[in-house]
Ligand binder design. Structure first.
Ligand code: NAG
Ligand code: NAG
Ligand code: NAG
Ligand code: NAG
Length: 214
């Protein structure tokens, strides 16, 4: 009883952990809306090679769409031109990088955090014909339930208080049921003893009194 209560207490404090995942430009989860050219360390223009993830980058003049389940999204683009950026259709500041800036190493940074945990879609959309995007990878943050116990995984998203309330209710019902079973058994014993020996009726009553739970 006490042990199960401690387990329930622990479940009440299960926290979702945040984890970053890096998605490569070659991932099938990335949708390209236009012409694209995949390059590697040898074929990428200088600059796009810097900090390359998984030895590839994709150059494109079309849109980039990515759906993810989580709470945040980050990307740093090599860019010449202007892109509109939306998450779930909401515009976040568009990016503009001139040729001179690109040569100086300026990148277009995308950062959107504090999203409600769930499915979101990022769209990077060039707004001029001359825009070219060099896309290497992006990072999204997923909210994972604690994997230490199966029950923990199920209730991971549940607010601790709710779990504790359910736990307390369960314990109360369990205790009540036990008490009822003990009482019923005692009554049954008393009746049986009464049947087997009518002379010791008063004694059975005495025993019952000492065994009664508080
Ligand atoms: C995920 O990556 C972003 C950008 O690098 C960083 O700001 C954030 O703290 C990271 N989150 C986690 C949970 O590692
Ligand atoms: C790295 O790129 C290869 C194809 O070039 C792909 O099969 C693999 O899944 C990529 N790895 C990651 C971690 O994205
Ligand atoms: C973009 O992020 C990089 C680090 O990834 C940083 O060095 C750079 O200053 C940022 N650029 C802008 C315009 O904020
Ligand atoms: C983009 O180029 C096409 C022709 O290739 C032209 O018809 C269109 O107006 C241009 N769009 C913009 C926004 O400049």
């Amino acid at each position: 009883m006490q042990r199960s209560f401690i387990v329930l207490l622990c479940l009440g404090f299960v926290r979702a952990t945040l984890q970053n995942y890096t998605v490569d430009d070659t991932s099938p989860d990335i949708q390209y809306g236009g012409e694209k050219f995949q390059c590697d360390a040898n074929s990428c223009p200088p600059g796009v090679i810097d900090g390359q993830f998984n030895n590839s980058a994709t150059l494109t003049t079309g849109s980039i769409t990515f759906s993810f389940t989580g709470t945040a999204i980050y990307a740093s683009l090599d860019l010449v031109g202007t892109c509109s950026i939306t998450v779930d259709g909401d515009e976040i500041p568009s990016l503009t990088v001139t040729v001179a800036q690109a040569i100086a190493g300026v990148r277009g940074n995308i950062s959107r955090s504090d999203l409600a945990n769930g499915l979101h879609t990022l769209v990077i959309d060039p707004t001029t014909n001359s825009t070219v995007i060099g896309f290497d990878h992006l990072v999204y943050t997923a909210s994972l339930p604690n994997k230490k116990s199966h029950v923990g995984a199920i209730v991971g998203g549940v607010v601790g208080g709710v779990v504790l309330t359910i736990g307390a209710l369960f314990l109360a019902l369990f205790a009540r049921r036990r008490k009822l079973i003990i009482r019923r058994n005692q009554r049954k014993n008393a009746v049986l003893r009464g049947i087997s020996s009518t002379r010791h009726d008063y004694k059975a009553g005495e025993e019952d009194a000492t065994e009664l739970p508080t």
